[in-house]
Design a binder for this molecule. Sequence first.
Ligand SMILES: [Zn+2]
Ligand SMILES: [Zn+2]
Length: 254
Amino acid sequence: MSTIQQEGKMRFTFLGTAPGKSLLGKSHASYLLERDDKKFLIDCGEGTTQRLLEKNMIVDELDFIIISHLHPDHVSGIFMLLQTLYINKRKKDLFVFLPEAVEEFKSFMERLYIFSDRFSYHIHIQKYTEQSFKEIGVYPFRNKHLIGYKSIVEKHNMPNRLLSYSFKIEGKRKSLILSSDISSSDDIAEQVKSCEIIVLDGIHPSFKSVQELLNKSKTEVYITHGDYANLQHKYADLLNEKTKLARENDEIIF
Ligand SMILES: [Zn+2]
Ligand SMILES: [Zn+2]
């Protein structure tokens, strides 16, 4: 058992930091969390399996996967991961938690010829709620990231529920807010009041709204989900030893 596990702390690792468009040498959104004997992912964008291969975590190591919302940069890597685990003869049950569209996800797996009946492991795919992960100190809360699709969804009478989540993650002594994708800093403003660390979507909120948010808090901030050069440019006036850009494989222990 590692020291972190003995101390009951949480380890948060950036596996993918690319935004909604692919960038050379970067993976899409995915975060590895480890606490006690549990290891899980929040989001599973393209390239996640490569990152897990680097860590020798492609058989029985992961316990579950939570998807913040169904944009491709947050979920597109999951099918290759499920297939790789099965080819690698995973034995342990795997839980996949989705914000919505559980039945559509299951039937899309079948259309891709990845039949869970043939898997070496049991897969449980289910929708989560704000209370689903309280035993491990993870609290999803809804944000407005997908609200801009409301009119098109209504116009075509589509089943999309526009569900998108940010997460409050309680460590041993500190709490971390993982914004995931948000519409503006207002989406997390309330939760930020009671946390010490923010992992912030650097793309969607305006500079001004981030500046206002950070002015009011004394938190440690990791800005992610973008091209480094662009983020560097956008946030130049805010970056310092407590507010930095996240790099892949950066770890936060709290
Ligand atoms: Zn995104
Ligand atoms: Zn998104």
